[in-house]
Design a protein around this ligand. Sequence first.
Ligand SMILES: Cc1cc2nc3c(=O)[nH]c(=O)nc-3n(C[C@H](O)[C@H](O)[C@H](O)COP(=O)(O)OP(=O)(O)OC[C@H]3O[C@@H](n4cnc5c(N)ncnc54)[C@H](O)[C@@H]3O)c2cc1C
Length: 804
Amino acid sequence: MQSNARIVIVGGGIMGASLLYHLALEGCTDTLLIEKDELTSGSTWHAAGQCPSITGSYNLAKIHAYSNRLYPTLEAKTGQYVSWHPCGGLRLATNEHELAWMKYIYGYSKSIGFDMEIVGLDAIKRLNPFLTTDGVIAAAWTTGDGHGDPSGLCNALAKGARDLGSTVVRHNRVLDIKQRGGEWEVITEQGTVIAEIVVNAAGCYAREVAAMVGGDAPITNMQHHYVVTHPLKAFIDRSEEIPVMRDSYTSGYFRQEQKSGLIGIYESTGLREAWAPEGFPDWEASNELFPDDLERIAPWLERAIERMPIFGEVGIRRVINGAIPHTPDGAPLLGPAANLRNFWMCCGTSFGIAQGGGCGKYLAQWMLHGDAEINMAEFDPRRFGKFADKAYVRDKVFLDYRLTFTTRLPGEEELAGRPQKTSPLYEKLRAQGCVHTETFGWERPKWFSPDGRVENYSYRRNNVFEIVRAEVAAVAERVGVLDLTGFAKYDISGAGAEGYLNRICANHVPRKVGGIALVHTLSPQGRILGEMTVTRLGQDRFYALSAAAAELRDLDLLSQGVRPDDAVQIDNVTETRGVLVISGPRSRELLSSLTDADLGNGAFRWLTAREIQVAGIPLRALRVSYVGELGWELHPEVDALPALYDAVWEAGRNFGIANYGLYAVNSMRMEKGYKAWSSELTNELDMLEADMARFIDFDKGDFIGKAATQARAPRPLKIVYAQIDASDTDVRGGEPVLAAERCIGVATSGAYGHRVHKSLAFACVPFEFAAPGTSFEVLLQGERRRATVLATPAYDPDNLRMRV
Ligand SMILES: Cc1cc2nc3c(=O)[nH]c(=O)nc-3n(C[C@H](O)[C@H](O)[C@H](O)COP(=O)(O)OP(=O)(O)OC[C@H]3O[C@@H](n4cnc5c(N)ncnc54)[C@H](O)[C@@H]3O)c2cc1C
């Protein structure tokens, strides 16, 4: 075996093979894929091979769509048989919620460009004449998907890569991986390879391979069954193949396998089985299958036979019970591992055949060019941290598996594995009706139920709408309080801190002590990586805040941006500082009653910060607002949070204080036209496309991404802010933007603005549609709704309410 390679990929399943192929297509063949057994001998070997176009995430759907474009062409490209069956897919809707979900996905099928129709019972029966349609109200018909032979697909990708010059070594287990200087030493049964970059594509073993470098891969390997029947006369007599069927009533899928039936079940109640949940799967395991447990899946098999009575005419010929790696949120792990330079993850996929093609393509782009062309934030392995311990991962994964065929509605969150990280105010707020939402393991207030009501989840405005309106009104008219302790927080200090920050951020960090600036980190290509609020606390002391979900990602950006000669220290203080946000026109009066500090406009201006005491508690007070009202963020030591909250609440009674949550925040930030990281501010766009040019300081000297931003030709795309003529449903992100019959862009996020009584959205559109006053349409729940580009924020465009 060779002793050097630029990139070593550990694992030769579909994920590793696809990455190898796409690295080669991008021009990098100094690569070595190492597989402990034969290619495909992990999960890939026993997959059912289905590749649906439909998935509940807009970005993941782009990954699926690419795989479905690639696979039908692979045989011709590589000469390797892949047995692609372009039979399409039919997903049944049995209630209005499932139909609403399909309408949402139908919307983004237009912006992504895969074929999808929502069809009625006649069409369903025509496409699958053997189906009993009891309880079915419609179906999603996707013509571009099908199924292939997973081994064939994996081998074709590997062959394609080898044909381009990449190398594959089989029957060679990676035993250990060590850091040596700036390189990796990959120790294998056949010797040691020195690599610049290592990729973990070890499927069910990803956790063990990550552990070799002191990292983690939050996966649990689930056992999943499918059965194959004896041949069926009905299929033998028919030349046409039925589509791959997916059905929540069956909690599974069924299709034709040659002339037999194939039925796969995701048992949705009762016991589920994980493979080696506590420890190592056996390294020797290969083509591993588990004993059948037909009893476990029997209730759903019976339902499959109810749906397809012909399946009951013959017996079962073959049972497959194999392992699938699952992550807590069901999305793959694609991207850099936390706190490790040049160690990447390409694993954690539970639909690896459907996703393998796209995962390989977009990860290869990210690895080689610094950015992928699609938004990768929701796949970044650093969305999980230490909170994702084995118990959390197992509980979440069991839930994810159970809900595979259940449609989750917007806002719907289950309690499995929670709470994992709480602020000291958690119980206090719950006692007041707080409904929390989970971000990066943190429980954060979403809304407050004043009367014990439970959210009636829906794609349409629901029974929480009026409560959010009341929370917004409290903030706009009086004063509101919000616990945002989950914010990522870093202390950055040292004589070189200012120069270092100015080098890694596009904007100038504050020049004066007490100043606050919004800054962005960019890739060398000028695309947006992160957004932070930086406060200058002293000559050599800065305090940076970023999104809760970006804690590890931004910590990597910050720490990996330090040069050996930088006199800089970075401390992650996320868990040692709390954040209490006080917003509203009466916030000054309230806080002034608790502090000797002068909070008047002369002494404490908007966008400045000071270290003061409130209720006798020392804290950092930042006069900033994401909701567009007068207000302060108070950042005390985390242990002081309960005392601070109690004092604020007590004093606030005189001012009509109310709790508010993140639903209300989203409504108000949309009214202010504030873009959000990972919705508008993504690796797909540069600062000019995101309409963030005012946050770049080209005059301050060099910074990462400067040259690329300056060199880019005028961009064809732009993020615009628009008012939508909506009825009872608002933009969530992913909806197509239409001009006549043409799909010209995509909505990135939105909400109803309760202070301005308008439905608002951001959208990414071609430049010629960006001028204020321009109209286009957004498809919302199947209805075309007029959108008009706004010139200024819908609420208080001159920021008068924050400056008072
Ligand atoms: C019954 C069943 C049906 C399924 N049906 C579908 C389906 O219809 N559609 C779909 O999209 N998905 C399906 N899946 C899921 C799919 O199989 C997996 O998501 C996918 O195969 C994962 O691919 P992978 O490359 O990540 O992992 P794997 O295929 O497991 O590949 C990982 C490889 O890494 C190797 N490896 C591990 N450690 C080392 C080491 N230390 N040194 C060297 N090599 C190492 C392993 O030997 C293995 O070959 C199904 C799964 C099962 C069990």
